[in-house]
Each structure stands twice: as structure tokens, then as C-alpha cells.
Design a protein around this ligand. Structure first.
Ligand SMILES: Cc1ncc(COP(=O)(O)O)c(C=O)c1O
Length: 430
């Protein structure tokens, strides 16, 4: 039997898990659910059980599983031309570059594949800009980051993480980073003024992986102002928060809900560099992007950065379809409306509960804090029980459960999910 024939055969849950256990590196700890199909807000396991997806592949599947417009664009392009590399031009990349830069309001885009690659690209861009435009002496540039950050898994990125699990025994680490407390404007001001070698400030507008920490209302605006006053690049990593997840096209849009570029809006804070990934493809394909204006992006010259797959025609077609879906289906407004219902309903339950202590978040990026220690397995056990009750979510940092469904959810579905979550939490009341 060929491997493709074998793949089309139905595997049972135990068999599929056993294969991953034996042949795959153990770099993840998945819930014991084996998924084989997805559509909209639902996924099905190999036994045919249906679940609400409340993780959306860590906020990549904002447009819902297997969105027909996105899959259609992908299939059509895959049957025509998949990869040329950047050794040649292709007839989709320029069209996409024009579309995505207009959509987000920047002069230029540098296309990559994964979020971590886009962050790496940004760090290189920021350093090169610092040496060639700002006049910092070579090898002396410093980039400010925040405690509790999550920007990916490469060696440089984990060098400025303070998550021991992500760092330990992966040294020696890359130098050139200063970490400050998140949402601490005085600490930022102090760090920016601590040296003439500060090149940029890299920040998640909401810290997703850390447990969905939303900073104070004016933090992003004030942070940008400090950066601007000191010729320091303000860099927003919106890999997780971007593309309508938090109830705006970008989290840096503040309270604005329009689905296209909105730099005219009062609430908007324009980053000097914007990093996108995940939902830029609706979860159909790895597509990431770094956006900046010419004065920054033009420091990169041929041969200085790239990727075999970055900017391939399938990625270009998929990303254009994925962004059109966000606007056509009003996903930011929907995320905003449903997110409020989610927090209101969970908030009411928490007032009377001793198993959950807090619900926080923005749009449909939310977290519930479980009343137990970070080391306890209570949140994990709740997630296992949620799965049994037909809803998939995952703890982040031990006692925090993140809830991030696809943004195509209806209010009726959301209310159904809220009931599942509350009933499940009730089973764990102490
Ligand atoms: C804010 C942020 N940046 C970067 C990344 C890394 O993206 P990827 O996993 O595609 O490398 C993530 C992933 O969760 C993220 O949340």
C-alpha cells in the first residue's frame, strides 16, 4: 500500500497518537484529540465527534476552517504555479504587495512565511536602519522588548524571552536586547533615554501567549510618542493580535472597527514596523509579512535577506483572499460584539464561582484565570473535560485558559459555547 493510500485510510485516535509519540519529536503536549476535518467554527475528530474550536490554531484560523474563498484561491493558484523563488518575478507577488500595503497603509512589504521569520526579519531591518540611518556604531544597537514577551522560537528570539522553558540550554544567546516590564511607560522612557544606541521597541499590543494581558488604554499611544520623540522605531508584533482578532483590524487601531487601513482614525497608532502572520492566510498556508515605509524598508538590498518560499504565488493568492474575507464578512465588528458578550457572561459567572477568578481580553482574544497554582493541572483537566463536552481550548501558562474561536462565529453559537464553558467550570467548583 502506498503512503498516500494509507493516509486516506481512517486512523483511530489511539493509533494516530501512538504514531506521533513514536516518530515525532516531543516538542508539544497536545490534548488527546485527533482532528481530521474542519469547517467554519467546527472541527471533527477521527471518531466523528464534533467540537467548537476555541483556539483557532493560536489565532491563525480567524476566517474559519477551510473558508471556501481562501481554499478556492489556494487551489486555483496551486494548479497554476506554486513556487518560482525570488530568483525570478512572478505575476502574483506584485499584485499582492500593492494590495497588502494599501490595506494596512505602508509603502512596502517584505514577505516571509512564519511569524518567527517575520520577527527575525524585523530585528535585522531595525538594526540595519539603526546603523545606516540613525548613525549608531556598528554592533552596538539595542532593541527594547517586554518581560513576558512571546515572539517565536528562533535562537535570537528566545534570547530575549524570560520564559525559562523556552530558553534553558539553548544558549549562547544573541546580545543586543533590553527587557522592561510590560505596560510600564516610565520604564520605557527610562530605557529609551538610557543610551544613544536604542534602535527600536518591539511590543505585542496585547500579550497573547503570556496569558492575554491587555495593557492600559493609552500605553500603545504613549509608547509610540516616546519612540518618535527619540528616533526609536516603534515595532508592533501583531502576529497573534492582528487581522480582526481583537475587534479591530489591528490591535494598534485602538477602538476603531473599520476593516481597511485606518491611519486617519484618531485611535490608530501607526507602527514604524508592523509584523503579521497567522491569520494573514486564514490558517490555510504559512504566510507572514513585515510592513514599513520606504525610509526603513529601503535599507535592505538584494542578497541581504530572503527566503525560498517568501512571496510565493500561492501565499500571495491566499493572503489576498484571506484579507478580503476579513472585510467582506465584517470580522472585526463581529469579534468586538461577541467578545463583549463572552466577557460579560463569563464575568457574571465568575462573581459566583470559586474555580475561575478572572476573565480578560479584547475582541475574541480572551482568557479565564483558574483558581489554582501555575504548576497545578487543574486548567489542563478543565480543557480535557471541555473537549469531552465538545469545545477545544488549551491552557497557556498553567492556570490560564485562552479562548479564541474563529471570528466567523454567530451569536447563537457563542452563547452555546459560553454555556458549555460555564457548565464545565461548574464541574470543578471546589
Ligand atoms: C506575538 C507572536 N509573535 C510571533 C509568533 C510566532 O509565530 P510562528 O509560530 O508562526 O513562528 C507568535 C506565535 O504564537 C506570536 O503569538
Amino acid at each position: 500500500m502506498s503512503v498516500l493510500e494509507k493516509m486516506s485510510q481512517n486512523l483511530g485516535t489511539a493509533e494516530a497518537i501512538a504514531l506521533e509519540e513514536k516518530y515525532g519529536a516531543h516538542n508539544y503536549h497536545p490534548l488527546p484529540v485527533v482532528l481530521s476535518r474542519g469547517e467554519g467554527v467546527y472541527v471533527w475528530d477521527v471518531e466523528g465527534k464534533k467540537y467548537y474550536d476555541f483556539l483557532s490554531a493560536y489565532s491563525a484560523v480567524n476566517q474559519g476552517h477551510c473558508h471556501p474563498k481562501i481554499v478556492g484561491a489556494m487551489v486555483q493558484q496551486a494548479q497554476t504555479l506554486t513556487l518560482t523563488s525570488r530568483a525570478f518575478y512572478n505575476d502574483k507577488l506584485g499584485v499582492y504587495e500593492q494590495f497588502v500595503t494599501h490595506y494596512f497603509g505602508f509603502d512596502k512589504v517584505l514577505p516571509m512565511n512564519t511569524g518567527a521569520e517575520a520577527v527575525e526579519t524585523t530585528l535585522k531591518l531595525c538594526r540595519k536602519w539603526a546603523y545606516e540611518q540613525k548613525g549608531i556604531n556598528e554592533n552596538e544597537a539595542q532593541i527594547i522588548v517586554c518581560d513576558g514577551n512571546f515572539h517565536g522560537r528562533t535562537t535570537t528570539i528566545i534570547s530575549f524571552s524570560n520564559d525559562e522553558n523556552a530558553r534553558k540550554n539553548f544558549g549562547p544567546y544573541t546580545a543586543g536586547f533590553i527587557s522592561i516590564p510590560y505596560d510600564d511607560i516610565e520604564a520605557l522612557e527610562k530605557a529609551v533615554n538610557s543610551s544613544k544606541n536604542i534602535a527600536g521597541f518591539l511590543v505585542e499590543p496585547i500579550q497573547g501567549e503570556a496569558g492575554v494581558y491587555t495593557p492600559s488604554e493609552d500605553f500603545i499611544k504613549r509608547a509610540k510618542a516616546i519612540c518618535q520623540a527619540n528616533n526609536v522605531l516603534f515595532i508592533a508584533d501583531e502576529v497573534q493580535t492582528g487581522i480582526a482578532r481583537t475587534g479591530s483590524l489591528l490591535a494598534v487601531c485602538g477602538n476603531c472597527t473599520c476593516e481597511a487601513k485606518c491611519e486617519k482614525q484618531e485611535t490608530y497608532t501607526q507602527p514604524d514596523i508592523l509584523i503579521l502572520g497567522k491569520a494573514l492566510s486564514g490558517g490555510a498556508y504559512p504566510v507572514s509579512a513585515v510592513l514599513a515605509n520606504d525610509s526603513i524598508m529601503n535599507v535592505i538590498k538584494p542578497g541581504q535577506h530572503g527566503s525560498t518560499f517568501g512571496g510565493n504565488p500561492v501565499a500571495a493568492a491566499v493572503a489576498m483572499a484571506a484579507l478580503e474575507v476579513v472585510a467582506e464578512e465584517n470580522l472585526a465588528q463581529n469579534a468586538r460584539k461577541l467578545g463583549k458578550i463572552f466577557r460579560d457572561e463569563l464575568g457574571k459567572f465568575i462573581e459566583t464561582s470559586n474555580i475561575a477568578t478572572l476573565v480578560r481580553g479584547k475582541g475574541l482574544l480572551n482568557a479565564v484565570v483558574i483558581n489554582d497554582t501555575e504548576e497545578s493541572d487543574t486548567a489542563w483537566n478543565i480543557c480535557v473535560r471541555l473537549a469531552e463536552n465538545g469545545l477545544l481550548a488549551k491552557p497557556t501558562h498553567g492556570n490560564i485558559i485562552r479562548f479564541a474561536p474563529p471570528l466567523v462565529m454567530t451569536e447563537e453559537q457563542l452563547r452555546d459555547c459560553v454555556a458549555i464553558i460555564i457548565n464545565t467550570l461548574k464541574e470543578f467548583e471546589k
